[in-house]
Ligand binder design. Structure first.
Ligand code: BES
Ligand code: ZN
Length: 880
């Protein structure tokens, strides 16, 4: 608990560590009423440090110190200072051994950082600064040490004892206890340390590396989850093969383990050789997991596995460099997912998240660069900017260099820095050195926050056959940053003729070699590009594949958008044209009279999409998703949430009315014959069929209702069952909805992952998730304030997805969120701080709402004993 104002930490204050740790010897005695941790650190002064005589300082948090010994001699109380968050020992020699014993209480650890208990098992989460909750240690990523870990516990209650590396010894102890010793040969920062102890079921498999080494793959889950491991295990093997083939990276230890735990602040964690996963991100079966959940599991398993190189073998020098491992690894897992499925669909999903949530972050009070310059609490910086924008920055390097030079760059990076803790700048330098390209201006992407806006205008000269495109970039001010320099933006484009063919892109002054797609380098504030030999006025297809994380402003006519939607040769931009058209139509109805006409060509375009079976059905499934309320709000200035909600609902009803026969037809066409499978065709078939169902029930169609009830009862998989449930919940068939919700709960009440989905369905919908209903959900037997997944599935979903209810006119949604944040801050500050986010953009909203949101933030601010996590978010949101 905080006693004084939290300190800000600055990148500019970075100093190399004064002491290094060569070896760590840990012994854990695990009991029901606590754990004793014996740590022996082999340390020496860092020859590279300017500080050659200072005292030794170790980080600690919530520890009870039992003893300290230097080179075997116990220190008396006067020979060290225990400041709680720091242990100081003065007068240590050049090299020495420090032995520290601490007592901790994992069973009472509700923050879920350090060592804690989840459903009866012991587990750890040490990133970013959780290791200091276990023992005193220089808890910073540039201190890398070899770890040996001995775990002792009751043999019946905790038959499985795991840590990083290889198990080297085990045996029985007195009183029914036993021990296992693990040794990790690779030096690592302490944030990659992990320990697990429990009564777990083991699933085994093997993987043979390209060089012929056999790796033992093991998953550990609670016995009731025995049937939910296969998909993650297969995903792991696909990831291992892919990293060998695409990046030339082999796995390095003999064992790779995955453990599933129910209580986890994040999705999963890449601890060396012992990845720990949130159950919801690893356990799946046909009956309990949706297609989306399967995809997510594949991506997260890959992500954590890929960290073994991008994060573990080469790690971060300090936490300002977080995107070095996270941005790069998100880029790697997105490449992997596109290779495993449809690249266009994967790109659409990534860009949707980026434009909806990261752009919002980048335009709000928490905006920060991909490499931040300061922070108060590092846990608050695991953001969409670090992850998603960070991945886009790596993607742009890939675009600028091309795949071969990028691979040369990544090889050089891994070779040059293996075993080191480095910076994003080292990464860019490796890319420059391997390619010969100058990325000095490009580095601004790491330093400047804010989403660049590209204003595009064009002019066609029929006489001269020239087409000119003017592009101006402007980067908005963000907290602490003004008057930004222009960034290096790779801008991919094509020009379509009236037949929908790509035209040759000849720039004035060039030879005749003329590609039909090219990437322009934008480096100045303004550029004008003149294309020659252009025989008719083209329709521009701008920022193809979303080649840079920017906003493009160009005044497309609706004709042009309709044309691109059905003709663009870039699948991503086809989708984008459809989104822009839908956004334009919905926006034009916001605040309009209820009988205002709705653009008839929108329904016609969707009808064509639904009827043309030659189209890529995965792309069609994506194109049929209307832009979300969250995205529409993000695009608006002073958004009127209720009006946006109504306008979007109106368009949906209009489309469903107009397309009723086509939707029924689409539903039948994508029927459920044959066994369940996860091929792209099957997944997109289910997606289309469930979208059709949702649209039909949106207009309370009777035939749709019968189909939904039948599908709900007969489905052989969770995608269809939940699709039917969601459609019923979205309909006016109140008693069917209540009955289905009840049946669903009865059927799955023993399965936490499914119960979480049941909570989410209700919390996301205004009909089942008004505040009164939300208050009932949080008192439901299955709800648990100590479980982050439950909190997210009700409160997070309510505030983040059920926007019409959250932004209720009387401000009750905001007050409710403030109450819950204050309550959660006492038990789990990380989760509390993340929940504040919907309130942080109060300035964006119309005066009344904005003031109410601000008041809610102030109520949180005024709580006594606010954590550093929540303090930082609330104070930055209110500042300025
Ligand atoms: N290293 C993180 C997990 C983490 C984040 C631990 C913050 C502690 C604090 C892990 O690699 C990660 O990024 N996980 C993501 C999922 C991933 C697919 C983007 C997560 O947990 O959401
Ligand atoms: Zn990660």
């Amino acid at each position: 608990m905080r006693t004084s104002q939290p300190q800000t930490i600055y990148l500019n204050d970075y100093r190399v560590p004064a002491f290094l740790v060569d070896h760590v010897d840990l012994r854990f005695e695990l009991f029901e009423d606590g754990a004793r941790v014996h740590s022996v650190l082999s340390m020496r002064r860092n020859p590279d440090s300017g500080d050659r005589s200072g005292a030794l300082e170790l980080d600690g948090d919530s520890l009870r110190l039992e003893s300290v010994a230097l080179n075997g001699s116990p220190l008396s109380a006067g020979q060290y200072e225990d400041h709680g968050d720091r242990l100081v020992v003065a007068g240590v020699p050049e090299a020495f051994e420090l032995a520290v014993v601490t007592w901790i209480e994992p069973q009472n650890n509700t923050r879920l950082e350090g060592l804690y208990k989840s459903s009866g098992m012991f587990c750890t989460q040490c990133e970013a600064e959780g290791f200091r909750c276990i023992t005193y240690f220089p808890d910073r990523p540039d201190v890398m040490a070899r770890f040996r870990t001995r775990i002792e516990a009751d043999k019946t209650a905790y038959p499985i004892l795991l840590s990083n590396g290889n198990d080297t010894e085990q045996g029985d102890l007195a009183d029914g206890r036993h021990y296992v010793t693990w040794e990790d040969p690779f030096p690592k920062p302490c944030y990659l340390f992990a320990l697990v102890a429990g009564n777990l079921l083991e699933k085994r498999d093997t993987f043979t590396t390209l060089s012929g080494r056999a790796i033992d793959l093991r998953m550990y889950v609670e016995p009731r989850n025995a049937e939910k491991c296969d998909y993650a295990m297969d995903s792991l093997k696909r990831s291992m093969r892919w990293d060998e083939q695409v990046y030339g990276r082999e796995y390095d230890l003999d064992i790779f383990m995955i453990v599933a735990v129910d209580d986890f602040n994040m999705g999963a964690m890449e601890n060396k050789g012992l990845n720990i996963f949130n159950s919801s991100c690893v356990l799946a079966s046909q009956d309990t997991a949706t297609d989306l959940a399967f995809q997510r599991i594949e991506a997260i398993v890959a992500h954590e596995y890929f960290h073994n190189w991008s994060g573990n073998r080469v790690t971060c020098r300090d936490w300002f460099q977080l995107s070095l491992k996270e941005g790069f690894t998100v880029f790697r897992d997105s490449q992997f997912s596109s290779d495993m499925g449809s690249p266009t669909v994967k790109r659409i999903e990534d860009v949707t998240l980026l434009r909806t949530a990261q752009f919002a972050e980048d335009g709000g009070p928490m905006a920060h660069p991909v490499r931040p310059a300061s922070y108060m609490e590092i846990s608050n910086f695991y953001t969409l900017t670090i992850y998603e924008k960070g991945a886009e920055v790596v993607r742009m390097i890939h675009t600028l260099l091309g795949p071969e030079l990028f691979r040369k760059g990544s090889d050089l990076y891994f070779d040059r820095h293996d075993g080191q803790a480095v910076t994003t700048d080292d990464f860019v330098t490796a890319m420059e050195d391997a390619s010969g390209r100058d990325l000095s201006q490009f580095r601004l992407w790491y330093e400047q926050a804010g989403t660049p806006v590209l204003d595009v205008s064009d002019h066609y000269d029929a006489q001269g056959g020239t087409y000119s495109l003017s592009i101006t970039q402007n980067i908005p001010d963000t907290p602490g940053q003004k008057d930004k320099k222009p960034q290096h933006i790779p801008f991919a484009l094509g020009l379509l003729d009236s037949q929908g063919q790509d035209m040759a892109l000849n720039l004035a002054g060039e030879g005749d070699e003329a590609p039909t797609e090219r990437v322009l380098d934008l480096t100045e504030v303004s550029h004008t590009f003149e294309f020659t030999g252009v025989s008719e006025r083209p329709v521009p297809s701008l920022l193809r594949h979303f080649s840079a994380p920017v906003r493009v402003v160009y005044h497309w006519t609706r004709e042009q958008l309709l044309f691109l939607m059905s003709h663009d040769t870039d699948g991503f931009n086809r989708w984008d044209a459809g989104q822009r058209l839908a956004v334009d139509v919905i926006q034009s109805l916001v605040g309009a009279p209820v009988d205002a006409e709705i653009e008839p060509r929108l329904a016609a375009a969707y009808r064509q999409l639904l009827s043309d079976e030659s189209l890529d059905q995965a792309l069609v499934a994506k194109m049929m998703q209307l832009p979300s309320e969250a995205y529409l709000i993000e695009l608006a200035n002073s958004p009127d949430v209720q009006a946006i909600h109504r306008a979007r609902e109106r368009v949906l009803s209009h489309l469903a009315d107009a397309l009723r026969p086509d939707l029924l037809n689409c539903y039948q066409r994508h029927g459920t014959d044959g066994d369940y499978g996860l091929s792209p065709q099957e997944v997109s078939g289910r997606s289309l069929r469930n979208t059709a169902l949702a649209w039909l029930l949106h207009i309370d169609d009777k035939e749709g209702r019968d189909l939904a009830i039948r599908q709900f009862g007969e489905a052989d998989n969770m995608t269809d069952r939940l699709g039917a449930l969601r459609a019923l919940v979205n309909s006016g068939f109140v008693s069917d909805r209540e009955q289905a919700l009840e049946q669903f709960y009865q059927r799955y009440s023993e399965d936490p992952q499914v119960v979480e989905q049941w909570f989410s369905v209700q919390a996301s919908n205004p009909a089942t998730g008004n505040l009164e209903q939300i208050r009932r959900l949080v008192t439901h037997d299955a709800f648990d304030w100590k479980n982050p997944n439950k909190v997210r599935s009700v409160i997070g979903v309510f505030a983040g997805q059920n926007l019409a209810s959250f932004h209720a006119a009387d401000g009750s949604g905001y007050r409710f969120l403030a109450e819950q944040v204050s309550r959660l801050d006492n038990s789990n500050p990380q989760i509390a701080a993340r929940l504040v986010s919907p309130l942080t953009r109060w300035r964006k909203f119309a005066p009344v709402h904005g003031e109410q949101m601000k008041t809610a933030l102030e109520r949180i601010r005024d709580k006594t004993g606010l954590s550093r996590d929540v303090y930082e978010v609330v104070h930055k949101s209110l500042a300025g």
